[in-house]
Design a protein around this ligand. Sequence first.
Ligand code: ADP
Ligand code: MG
Length: 321
Amino acid sequence: MSEAKVNNKTDISEFAIQTEQLSRSFGDLKAIDSLDLQVKKAEIYGFLGPNGSGKTTAIRMLTGLLSPTSGSINVLGHSLPQDAEKLRRKIGYMTQKFSLYDDLTVQENLRFIAKIYGLRAKQQKQRIEQLLSVYGLDQRKNQLAGSMSGGQRQRLALAASTLHQPDLLFLDEPTSAVDPENRREFWEQLFDLCEQGTTILVSTHYMDEAERCHKLAILESGFKRADGSPDELMAQLGAHVIEIESHNLRQLKQHLILQPQVISAAQLGSRLRVLIQDSQSDPVAFLRHQAPLSNFKPEQFSQVRPSLEDVFVTCTGDGRQ
Ligand SMILES: Nc1ncnc2c1ncn2[C@@H]1O[C@H](COP(=O)(O)OP(=O)(O)O)[C@@H](O)[C@H]1O
Ligand SMILES: [Mg+2]
């Protein structure tokens, strides 16, 4: 437990982050609009949203780097932006762009960060050795950061942002440049940190990544469209998901998306995944009444469990395009 946490007797809340009606405008553009957020301690919380949905803007406000236009923020018992300085050592922030030095080695980068945090020589050596081992970088400690792969750079960036053992870690699209295998490994490391008590807020535009979070908020154009655990969000979908197996799905799709009861239709190989408003009590009967489907056999239709992608499509504008 960090010294700051022991001294800070006011931080008895179960939440690491709380915001009320948090908004930030840039000129006429509302990048974040009336965001209410509650992130529990030692939980991995996701921001899922497309480019421009306000993920980075929200994170910058939660780290105290950007002032809100209106609304309130409490992070680890501190009000922001007023108390940003007190928060600095309790949080880690891995920015969207690699922000370490390409022309320094792995070890030099970590030493540089350790100096910024004022670690004493012995402490610095121990901590860096520990991080090199945890993140599988011991063999590469003398390699220039700029010459490493996407996955290795992200591991180094994670090591750097956790060097001072923060209580709360912000990760902005940490795996955009990482292949699936390294992404999986990266997430295992996030769960290790979480188990040690670190709260993690991570932004992503990948569904599979969002599905790993304990809770998430779906953001679109600065608005929170939905929040909850992936299971809660899927259970509250408010739509039926039917898959239709057939050839010639492109024409069928064109017909279906024109029907007001159809939220979206997307092809997956030889299946068309159709989301239908749950006001339709018998979605398969509804589909079979559609002219292009009148000759289809019953076994070509199957009602399936919703996915997080279905939730995303239902609560954002995408499905109605
Ligand atoms: N400093 C800024 N000045 C003007 N507009 C900005 C600034 N930062 C972000 N924006 C705008 O705010 C919106 C949200 O951006 P951002 O938070 O970066 O979204 P995301 O991280 O989800 O891609 C975008 O329309 C972006 O162009
Ligand atoms: Mg961003």
